[in-house]
Design a protein around this ligand. Structure first.
Ligand code: SDX
Length: 392
């Protein structure tokens, strides 16, 4: 229908929506954002540029990129009372619980950008969400480790600002390692959007009722937290730690194939990709870059490589077309940079916010859009008369 791709009628009838943002071919392992291959964006672009692309449909000129980056930088601070909100949580609260709560609370502070019928307010809310997520994420981490919050410094890049707010302390300046900043920015690009995944569909369904964008993104964060979805990066590194050394891999492969065992290989398999997730390819390459730059080595990377090698030779995984996905290697990198596993899904949510916001905008600005209302196949009892309590 767009001239570039044609739908087969069968597919259109099962599609939940039409969207021009992201195209995935699961059989070929293709991922395009507004037509640009994820591998090329990861190699040559920046998260700010990809954010502009997803929101506006075209790669920005230098001037457009500067203006967009400046606009985002004007919204990076949080209302000061929100830092009090953090103090209501237990210190050992999971950072995803904190992020979910704080993002949901944003609509209590930024009412001047909750009228979804006003395109100007929609754009301000979009910029606020993209800009504030790094601050919210960094504050969730600082709160969990009992360190003071750091304010954003807008002379830093979007990603550099996040790294400093997360790892910096008032006692000394945090030195942003260029290779770490580049790897982090690339990881954000790899997580930016992914068509109608569970959390994006949650944001669209919540938004279809006219709910304010902050509440919709909070709903998306809640959905992403699940271990079958965005929580898989945390689960994948915990799994690699449990496996430990490569000699233990056969035992876990056997468990993953055993239908009576709930264990699954975390970071493997995908609802859409029946081929290698193109994001996992870039992620694997990035591991080596970060290890070399930081002069670190983590034996879990070797375990991950061996696990992939053995699984991809196994008939079960070949027959079911199970390949590593975006979550398989990301944890090894994030751990090398210094993030605890509990922050991994927070980082996924930080990056996916631009995809959620772009998809929400695409839906809400369509004058034809209606409230979502999935139907069901009823499998309960047929109609029957009420039975009084004394007759039961
Ligand atoms: C993300 O949708 C997106 O786009 C999501 C995402 C995004 O960017 O938004 O890409 C991010 O969520 C990636 C996925 C992260 N999750 C994990 O890595 C968790 C481990 N993976 C599985 O839980 C699983 O692969 C799912 C949930 C991702 C998909 O599960 P499905 O829908 O059951 O997968 P499937 O139908 O293709 O499975 C086919 C078969 C099934 O067995 P049978 O019922 O046919 O006997 O393969 C089995 C599954 O049980 N299977 C696995 C497996 N994944 C699927 N067996 C062992 N280990 C696994 N990881």
């Amino acid at each position: 229908k767009t001239g570039m791709f044609t739908y087969d009628p069968g597919f259109t009838s099962t599609a939940s929506c039409e969207s021009a943002l992201t195209y995935i071919d699961g059989d070929q392992g293709v991922l395009l954002h507004r037509g640009y291959p994820i591998g090329e964006l990861a190699e040559h672009s920046s998260f700010m540029e990809v954010s502009y692309l997803l929101l506006n449909g075209e790669l920005p000129s230098e001037d457009e990129l500067d203006k967009f980056t400046y606009t985002i930088s004007r919204h990076t601070m949080l209302h000061e009372q929100l830092s009090t909100f953090y103090r209501g949580f237990r210190r050992d609260a999971h950072p995803m619980a904190v992020m979910c709560g704080v993002v949901g609370a944003l609509s209590a502070f930024y009412h001047d950008s909750t009228d979804i019928t006003d395109p100007r307010q929609r754009m301000i809310a979009s910029h606020r969400l993209i800009a504030k997520m790094p601050t919210i994420a960094a504050m969730a981490y600082k709160y969990s480790v009992g360190q003071p919050f750091l304010y954003p410094k807008n002379d830093l890049s979007y990603t550099g600002n996040f790294l400093r707010m997360t790892f910096g302390v008032p006692a000394e300046e945090y030195e942003i390692h260029p290779a770490v900043e580049k790897a982090m920015d690339r990881i954000f690009i790899l997580h930016a959007d992914h068509e109608q995944n569970a959390s994006t569909s949650t944001v669209r369904l919540a938004g279809s009722s006219g709910a304010n964008p902050f509440a919709c993104i909070a709903a998306g964060i809640a959905c992403l937290w699940g271990p079958a979805h965005g929580g898989a990066n945390e689960a994948a590194l915990n799994m690699l730690r449990e496996i430990g050394t490569p000699d233990k891999i056969p035992e876990y492969i056997a468990r993953a194939k055993d239908k009576n065992d709930p264990f699954r290989l975390m970071g493997f398999g995908h609802r859409v990709y029946k081929n290698y997730d193109p994001r996992a390819t870039v992620m694997q390459k990035t591991v080596r870059e970060v290890f070399d730059a930081l002069k670190v080595d983590d034996p879990l990377f070797e375990t991950a490589l061996r696990l992939e090698e053995i699984a991809l030779r196994d008939d079960y995984f070949i027959e079911k077309k199970l390949f590593p996905n975006v979550d398989f290697y990301s944890g090894v990198i994030l751990s090398a940079i210094g993030f605890p596993t509990t922050m991994f899904t927070v980082l996924f949510a930080l990056a996916r916010t631009v995809g959620w916001v772009a998809q929400w905008n695409e839906m809400i600005s369509d004058p034809e859009q209606k409230i979502g209302r999935p139907r069901q196949l009823y499998t309960g009892p047929t109609e029957r008369p009420y039975v009084p309590l004394d007759a039961r």
